[in-house]
Design a protein around this ligand. Sequence first.
Ligand code: AHM
Ligand code: MG
Length: 334
Amino acid sequence: MSTQAITFNRHLWQQHKQFNQPIGLSILMTQMGFAAKILSREIGLAALAGKLGLVGEKNATGDTQKKLDVFSNEVVIDAFSDTGLVAAIASEELDQVQLIECGGDAQYILCIDPLDGSSNTDTGNAVGTIFGFYRRHTTGYCGTEADVLRQGADLITAGYILYGASTILVYSCGGSVDGFTLDPSVGEFMLSHPDIHCPTEGKIYSANLSYYCEWRPQIQTLVDYLGDSQSTHHPPYSMRYSGALVADVHRILLEGGLYFYPSTHQQPDGKLRLLYENAPLAFVVEQAGGLASTGKQRILDIKADSIHQRSPLVIGSASAVTLYEQFLQEGAPV
Ligand code: AHM
Ligand code: MG
């Protein structure tokens, strides 16, 4: 590897110098990189360290917590709560917003899913972390829940970490979307995917087809349409679904295509959570030229009413998301 390789910290410094990125944000992203290294190590060694399996408690959204869920939450809370920069943290694994006694200088709010796709942990498959930072609105000694209940369009930085065949951190501060791969031998994230653009079209769709019978007829028709190898409208799509949102969206971001988790009769708002899953990923994918929608509304335009609020998610290549919206509103093209 060249000694000119760009480390994550060097990239953050360049962003600060060239684009006036606030130094506080650079410090927070450094902390995110640190948390990612700890999690990468612990997820990789979990089977040897007795960290697989359930804790037995349910989290705020009714999922039974795994040991790695609890551990991951502790790692991210520890990484950010003493920085003096973060006034409140909303996490998938916390019932309430963690309000931090920090003084008025703490300018940032963090929304985070510490371990996304945790059903994959026991089999050693890919998992992720999803994060988004907002600028704080209030100025008191402690953050408030209102600081967290925001629309994604207010995000100033968002990204994710994929723990898969390699550990990859992807983020955007509102300019380019850049990806960094962890080199464990030197303990650094190195720039590996500069200036990511989501292709306007793709050949992959990603969705849990076991819900097919529970989806609206328009979505069933779309799935039939995408998989139709005889179609004269489009090349046939292939289906890829890992059960980890980060892994599936990362593939779509790089190669194009469509991820969707729609509403069902039983879950009219879908499964995925707005603040710490959908909005941060929507921010990244839009910055890379893609789109993210509920099928009817842009994800980044929704203001959260509660911290664990859910929404349907359709995300990926601009043309594919638009096609989904057309199917939902008008049905199949003639
Ligand atoms: P989690 O954060 O509790 O792991 O839940 C979110 C995960 C996503 O990573 C994934 O896309 C989805 O849930 C899978 O759900 P399903 O098993 O219903 O397909
Ligand atoms: Mg999740």
